[in-house]
Design a protein around this ligand. Structure first.
Ligand SMILES: Nc1ncnc2c1ncn2[C@@H]1O[C@H](COP(=O)(O)OP(=O)(O)O)[C@@H](O)[C@H]1O
Ligand SMILES: [Mg+2]
Length: 337
């Protein structure tokens, strides 16, 4: 068993980069599908490549796996050059393509045996690994049923099992949740997080679905028309592309209009607060806008103090996490300008 590593972001040193690209470019005729890509993915993280259809996500993944040649620039995957050592890369990287193909007439277990055999795993080692990964993706009960009786979500989980059989250090998943129902999506995202925590591997996944990327990825690369327009945590991206403000939600029990004006005045008097927006309807939280965004934590603490001071009853107090949706729109429009 490999030791589990915590899913935290580490310093960006060379040795902990599982993927690193420099000015990686792919042209198809006059079309530049991937344009001077500089990308870093670290050990122990889930990295989301986010972009609309045609943004260049699949092309990037194919170059990382040595399945298509870059026009220029370079890539390193687990320190290897996929162009020159594609087989070594494939041995260490599990890959879930955007369209997974299995033999429908064979069982899940038989399909995995086929993959294990292709990867040169010894039979007894393979049987253990297969039982392990089937358990991990929750398919043990159905392992000996024919794959053509599986749901889409089950096939996708079998695809992840398939990518895991050779105990890779890195998983690359191309649109792993497309065409799966919402419950199945939650299951798969939880599975990915568990794999990172238990196996200590890194995951890069591509997706055009913002909320899914936001919910599971430690860091995100925003891709638009072949270019990476930003990469970082949601917070870092918000700081880069946001408008420089942060918002705090403040829930208050305010029985009388006098209480409300007292709250308005108290919140508005805090330094750094630029706007105090009362709720549209009773029971909803107030929105307090802070500038600069870095003052959010301090203001949140001062709200607590002022609430006690003024006998205002707090029900909730929390920073509003910026939506990736907003960040994405800002990033794409700003860099297109
Ligand atoms: N083999 C190919 N030949 C020509 N154009 C291609 C080929 N593969 C992809 N493209 C084009 O490259 C662009 C990026 O495609 P792709 O990497 O598949 O995007 P994504 O995976 O983000 O949807 C698209 O405009 C697509 O039409
Ligand atoms: Mg694609």
């Amino acid at each position: 068993m490999r030791r589990a590593k915590p899913a935290v972001r580490r310093a960006a040193t060379d040795d902990d980069a599982v993927i690193r690209t420099r000015r990686l470019t792919k042209r198809y005729g006059t079309l530049t599908a991937v344009d001077n890509l500089d990308l870093v993915v670290h050990r122990g993280e889930i990295f989301g490549l986010l972009g609309q259809n045609g943004a260049g996500k699949t092309t990037t993944i194919l170059m990382l796996l040595g399945l298509t040649e870059p026009s220029s620039g370079e890539a390193r995957v687990m320190g290897l050059d996929p162009e020159r050592e594609p087989r070594l890369v494939k041995r260490r990287v599990g890959y879930l393509p955007d369209a997974v193909g299995f033999y429908g007439g064979l069982s899940g277990r038989q399909n995995l045996r086929y993959t294990a055999n292709l990867n040169g795993l010894r039979r007894d080692v393979a049987e253990h690994a297969i039982a392990d990964v089937l358990e991990q993706v929750g398919l043990t009960d159905r392992a000996d049923d024919r794959v053509d009786t599986y749901s889409r979500g089950m096939r996708q989980r079998l695809g992840i099992a398939d990518a895991l059989v050779k105990t890779p250090d890195l998983l690359i998943l191309d649109e792993p949740t497309t065409a799966i129902d919402p419950l199945g999506v939650v299951e798969i995202l939880e599975l990915l997080r568990r794999l990172v925590n238990e196996r200590g591997l890194a995951i890069m996944l591509s997706s055009h679905l913002l909320t899914q990327v936001q919910s599971v990825c430690d860091r995100i690369g925003i891709f638009a028309a072949g270019r990476l327009v930003g990469q970082g945590t949601v917070d870092e991206l918000a700081a880069t592309f946001g408008d420089g403000t942060a918002t705090i939600e403040v829930g208050l029990e305010l029985p009388t209009p006098a209480d409300r004006s007292r709250a308005q005045a108290a919140l508005g008097s805090l330094s750094g607060v630029t706007e105090v927006n009362p709720p549209a309807k009773d029971g909803d939280p107030w929105q307090v806008v802070v500038r600069p965004a870095s003052g959010e934590g301090r203001v949140r603490q001062e709200i607590l103090v002022v609430a006690v001071d003024q006998s205002l009853r707090l029900t909730t107090l929390r920073p509003v996490v910026p939506s990736l949706d907003d960040i994405y729109r800002l990033a794409v429009t700003r860099t297109a300008a």
